[in-house]
Design a protein around this ligand. Structure first.
Ligand code: GDP
Ligand code: MN
Length: 384
């Protein structure tokens, strides 16, 4: 789950990381009052869950309360990368001397959290890492040992921060690490962390991604979730307890069990295909879940074929087949569907599907080969 900037910054502040003064609102008139309270010059910041809001026109500098209202009206009427702006953050404008980057994420190769700093903050950090890797400094944090000061100092020597701000930077780095741990985050990022002209270090932007798998031990996460800002698929998946991650390919994969879902994706790739998603409908595979999963996959215009791979243990394959057929009758998908069923009552299930002219398979390899045939145009049968 991604948090909005204002939510992340509120958390940062509670952990002692300085942020600009400001409030969030959905009413342009309030932006004017806020600007008056903040001394006139403010930044109006669209609260949408996308990166690069600045470049997209969602961050505007207002020189007076009147301008704050005008700009808030404009920004509140905008759509950024398809997401409507429902709220803006009105922050005191800060005169920036230098922009840094400071973030913590999980390094899957080193299998440890890693703290990243750069003197080239403000922009797209992935791009900097790609084009100017020498400007990025990283250090791993062993969670059992914690974050040592010398590691932070190591980072600082790379980013050209005046010595008198080192102590404050070290404090901010420790706070960010504490936030990362306490919130079970997979990302806690300040970009930019600025040194202002009046010599303050401030988190001007904040981004946090919380690990949904840790949801069960954080009651407060439910309040942070903002369904308005999630895309429809993520919302639907969350509602039905499906684990869904959208990817770039064109083969929609509908699978029960995370391990099987990963194996399915691997085999699809092995045969030269590209999965459109990871989707684990979980145990039980009730008709309701099957139907929700189909709705999500079929709503993705990139999906050119759906590959269903169900292992029936407790779940009976004939029940799953009935669920698939009734869903198809209801949704009338325009793309072909390949179904592989194995396990309890698989024979009965496959028979039901074949009787309905579905493309079926008994082994995983067979199902992926048939899927690739469909993608490459080699399938000459009816689509279902
Ligand atoms: P993002 O584009 O979504 O990452 O949004 P940010 O909050 O990081 O803002 C983008 C850029 O706008 C920052 O890197 C700054 O250069 C600029 N910016 C944001 N707030 C202020 C401010 O208070 N004063 C000034 N001068 N620039 C700001
Ligand atoms: Mn930013």
């Amino acid at each position: 789950m991604r948090l909005q900037e204002y939510q992340s910054k509120k958390i940062f502040q509670a952990y002692g990381i300085p942020i600009p003064r400001g409030w969030v609102t959905s009413i342009a008139g309030e932006a004017k009052q806020m600007a008056e309270e903040l001394g006139g010059k403010v930044v109006i910041k669209a609260q949408v869950l996308i990166g690069g809001r600045g470049k997209a026109g969602g961050i505007r500098l207002a020189k007076s309360p009147k301008e704050a209202e005008d700009l808030a009206t404009i920004v509140l009427g905008m759509e950024l990368k398809g997401l409507p702006v429902r709220r803006v953050l009105v922050d005191e404008a800060v005169r920036i001397d230098k922009e840094f980057y400071l973030g913590i994420t999980v390094d899957r190769i080193r299998k440890m959290p890693v703290m990243i700093a750069s003197g080239a903050g403000g922009g797209d950090i992935e791009q900097t890492a790609h084009q100017n890797p020498e400007k990025i400094f990283t250090t791993t944090i062993d969670p059992l040992i914690g974050l040592a000061d010398y590691k932070i100092r190591d980072l600082i020597t790379g980013i050209d921060l005046p010595y008198k701000h080192w102590k404050e930077f070290i404090k901010i780095a420790h706070s960010l690490w504490k936030v990362f741990l306490d919130y079970d985050a997979t990302l806690a990022e300040i970009n930019p962390l600025v040194l202002s002209k009046d010599e303050r270090l401030l988190a001007l932007d904040g981004k946090m991604i919380l690990d949904d798998n840790a949801h069960f031990r954080h009651q407060e996460f439910s309040e942070l979730r903002d369904p308005d800002y999630e895309n429809a698929s993520a919302r639907e998946a969350h509602k039905y307890g499906l684990a869904y991650v959208k990817l770039d390919g064109n083969i929609g994969c509908l699978v029960n069990g995370a391990g099987l879902a990963m194996a399915t994706m691997d085999i699809v790739q092995y045969f030269g295909g590209l999965p459109a998603n990871f989707l684990d409908i979980g145990g039980g595979a009730s008709a309701e879940k099957v139907s929700a999963a189909f709705r999500i996959l079929l709503a993705d215009p990139q999906v050119k074929v759906v590959l269903v791979n169900i292992f029936g243990g407790i779940t009976r394959c004939d029940e799953v087949a009935k669920g698939i057929l009734s869903t198809i009758a209801e949704l009338k998908p325009a793309v072909p569907i390949v179904v592989r069923l194995v396990g309890t009552n698989a024979g009965e299930g496959l028979e039901l599907l074949r009787a309905a002219n579905m493309i079926t398979a008994e082994t995983l390899v067979e199902s992926v080969q048939k899927t690739m045939d469909v993608i490459q145009g080699g399938w000459s049968g009816d689509i279902h």
